[in-house]
Design a binder for this molecule. Structure first.
Ligand SMILES: NC(=O)c1ccc[n+]([C@@H]2O[C@H](COP(=O)([O-])OP(=O)(O)OC[C@H]3O[C@@H](n4cnc5c(N)ncnc54)[C@H](O)[C@@H]3O)[C@@H](O)[C@H]2O)c1
Length: 274
């Protein structure tokens, strides 16, 4: 391969990138980093106001943005989201599956967990990733120029997930699904990878944990702090970029080294909260 100087080493300038759950937290950080790399952005969220705010912020930085409201656990809504993206931008180069959470359930021990908790985690994290990956894959295959998909898992999917068993199990599923998608989509020139962060400096973390639990997480982390949402975005952009052109089927831990230390705080159940 010849070596030429490039002002766009990432190869993302003018590329069309769709980010789900872009209205706040990790999705907002991911979208912001793609905007910095010069990409055009379809920003998807169930929350109209928040996705509109992020689209406006990124547009004021010079990015072309398309805010879309869709529930990515709904197959019809996902198909419509793709149709609107293709109608507006004419193509899709990168799809990021960032939506994921506990489905509004609080951490509880397995012996107290309901089937609803499990259903919600499967729907929010695994079903959403499957539906979107299928839609991205079809659009990219039809476009004939390949593409990249990046899924978002969690350290909880690699290590035991005490009091959040269904979340850990489905995040492990996202890592596994990434491998299968990578092999099935490879003949179309589509790479599929995954980023697994640990605790993000995000609104959802502050809604889930008491302040002293957040301090415990910072202290237990080898880098001594939480993951900034734009650091998650940096890892996603790296995998989506031309720099990772021979990387597929992989999960990149974006966790400050948390996965390689034995120090890890447990998430409290409600009865233990202040
Ligand atoms: N927050 C953390 O500490 C943390 C840690 C590890 C992994 N993660 C993972 O990182 C990702 C981002 O986490 P976060 O805490 O920023 O997310 P979050 O719960 O704050 O949600 C982000 C956005 O997704 C939107 N959303 C929720 N359900 C949706 C749906 N069905 N369709 C469309 N939009 C929907 C929300 O409205 C919100 O704006 C998730 O996959 C999460 O599992 C988060």
């Amino acid at each position: 391969m010849g070596i030429a100087m490039s002002s766009d080493l990432l190869g993302l300038a003018g590329r069309v990138v769709l980010v789900t759950g872009a209205g706040r937290g990790g999705g907002e950080g991911i979208a912001r980093q793609f905007a910095r790399a010069g990409a055009c952005l379809a920003l998807v969220d169930v929350d109209t106001d928040s996705v509109g705010r992020v689209a406006g912020d990124l547009a004021s930085l010079g990015a072309e943005t398309l805010p879309l409201v869709a529930d990515v656990t709904d197959a019809e809504a996902v198909d419509e989201m793709l149709e609107r993206t293709l109608a507006h931008f004419g193509r899709l180069d990168v799809g990021v599956n960032n939506v994921g959470n506990f489905g509004a359930h609080r951490p509880v021990p397995v012996m107290e967990q309901s089937a609803d908790f499990w259903d919600a985690c499967v729907s929010q994290n695994l079903l959403s990733t499957f539906l979107c990956a299928k839609a991205y894959g079809r659009a990219m295959a039809e476009g004939g120029e390949g593409g990249v998909i990046v899924n978002i898992s969690s350290l909880s999917g690699l290590r035991a997930s005490v009091h959040l068993a269904p979340y850990g199990a489905v995040k492990a599923g996202v890592m596994h699904l990434t491998q299968t998608l990578a092999l099935e989509f490879a003949p179309h020139g589509i790479r599929v990878n995954c980023v697994a962060p640990t605790a993000l400096e995000s609104p959802s973390l502050r809604e889930t944990l008491d302040p002293d639990e957040i301090v415990a997480r910072e202290q237990a982390n080898p880098l001594g702090r939480l993951c900034e949402v734009e650091e998650l975005g940096g890892a996603v952009v790296l995998l989506a970029s031309d720099l990772a052109s021979y990387v597929t089927g992989q999960t990149l831990m974006c966790d400050g080294g948390a996965s390689v230390t034995t120090r890890r705080p447990v998430i409290r159940v409600d009865s233990q909260r202040s």
